[in-house]
Design a protein around this ligand. Structure first.
Ligand code: GSH
Length: 400
């Protein structure tokens, strides 16, 4: 079974979803912020539960949706240890494995495009419903495969390390052409030739390749010595990615909003499909004055174990485990706003609250999202509570 490949035309970025057929646990690799709705819909259509949001590196041309996916689905974020993505819950090093159900990805540290960048190698576990390998799919001689494994069961997600008939550039963000040559020739090109190559970008409409094909025909690498490759890479003279100055810092925060926690009062500029962002302080004032209802959209478990705001109305947007949508959400918030009162949605860090506020707006209600939520966005050590949010603002809360 192939991974699901999704494309973001603005940045020519490929995102991948893979899952274990038994447990339906899924992984997403290199998700893009503007494709969040598409990716959530794809996960739903595949009937899978996202447990990992992974990055191959800190991208220079688009912003990840990893943190928002984590908040909305309950997935964990993981990113390469050498990429300064301190907000990722798990820091990955070469040799690590990322498990989902019976499946696992092997982390290959492949410096060159960036110093910390990684590739993910997936040797899919044989499944009882698999067709037996046909002659055409038999492993070439010399490759160690289990007897029940098909040759197209091996995949490598190459990030920007190896592209189809190309490779990642090495002229910014700790790039190093010599290191890239070593990563590709000593790690990727030693994978079996039939391994399918799934790159993070293609600018010419190509979707996949194989290690064998790239070894034989990649114009930057085939027949090139290390020195020739370095000379070639140093002479590329490519224009700087348009969004690099905005994208790299945002990606080093797992795509979290740069303006989270800034400003006072209502910031409706950030809102699309809801009334606006509101600071915890402003929300508290409106709540005290009886001008608006504070709706805590976190799960029962979060309120129970992390803490709650006295006087808030509890209407979970999704419920743990599995983060399934709460079927009673619409009815409960309609009731809360019956007398025309505005709603102020509170979640963990201000992501689910946007989705909940957007849904309330679709229902004809006036709903704000409280920036930073109850716990705030994670800091560079992936810890919440130090940057922004309700608790950080010193507003009233309690714990059972
Ligand atoms: N034109 C694109 C950037 C294209 C680009 O530089 N892509 C990077 C990856 S972010 C790369 O390594 N490209 C390799 C190449 O074009 O040979 C933009 O402005 O965002």
């Amino acid at each position: 079974m192939n991974p699901t490949q999704l494309f973001d035309p603005a940045s020519s970025t490929y995102t991948y979803i893979l899952f274990d057929e038994d447990s339906r646990e899924a992984v997403i690799i290199d998700p893009v912020d503007v494709q969040l709705e598409r990716d959530l819909a794809t996960l739903e259509r595949l009937n899978v539960r996202l447990i990992w949001a992974l990055e191959t590196h800190a991208h220079a041309d688009h912003i990840t949706s990893a943190a928002r996916l984590a908040e909305l689905t309950g997935a964990r974020t993981a990113a390469p240890a050498g990429c300064d993505i301190g907000t990722a819950a798990v820091q990955l090093s070469g040799g690590d494995t990322v498990r989902f159900g019976r499946e696992q990805l092997q982390v290959l540290h492949t410096p060159g495009h960036t110093a910390g960048g990684v590739c993910f190698y997936w040797q899919r576990a044989p499944h009882p419903h698999d067709e037996p390998p046909s002659e055409a799919t038999q492993a070439p001689l010399g490759h160690q495969m289990r007897p029940d494994q098909r040759h197209d069961d091996r995949h490598v997600f190459t990030g920007d390390t190896l592209l189809i008939q190309g490779c990642g550039r090495t002229d910014f963000q700790s790039g190093d052409a010599g290191a890239l040559y070593d990563s590709i020739t000593q790690q990727l090109f030693t994978l079996p030739d039939t391994t399918i190559v799934w790159p993070c970008h293609d600018y010419h409409g190509r979707t996949q390749s194989t290690i064998g094909a790239e070894k034989a025909t990649n114009p930057r690498l085939a027949g090139k010595s290390r020195d020739e490759f370095i000379t070639l890479m140093n002479a590329l003279d490519l224009p700087k990615p348009r969004r690099i100055d905005e994208a790299v810092p945002a990606n080093q925060r797992s795509g979290l909003r740069q303006d989270a926690g800034s400003g006072d009062g209502v910031a409706d500029a950030a809102a699309e499909g809801y009334a606006g962002e509101i600071t915890p302080q402003q929300a508290h004032e409106w709540m005290e004055a009886g001008d608006a209802v504070l709706v805590d959209v976190r799960t029962d478990a979060e309120r129970e174990w992390v803490g709650f705001v006295p006087g808030a109305l509890a209407v979970p947007w999704k419920q743990w485990p599995g983060m399934a949508l709460n079927p009673g959400f619409d009815r409960a918030i309609r009731q809360a706003a019956e007398d025309g009162r505005r709603l102020m949605m509170l979640c963990r860090s201000g992501v689910r609250s946007i989705a909940a506020a957007q849904r309330a707006t679709e229902l004809g209600l006036t709903a704000y999202s409280i920036t930073g939520g109850f716990e705030g966005v994670p800091d560079e050590h992936a810890q919440r509570g130090h940057k922004n949010g309700w608790r950080h603002a010193g507003l009233p809360w309690r714990q059972n």
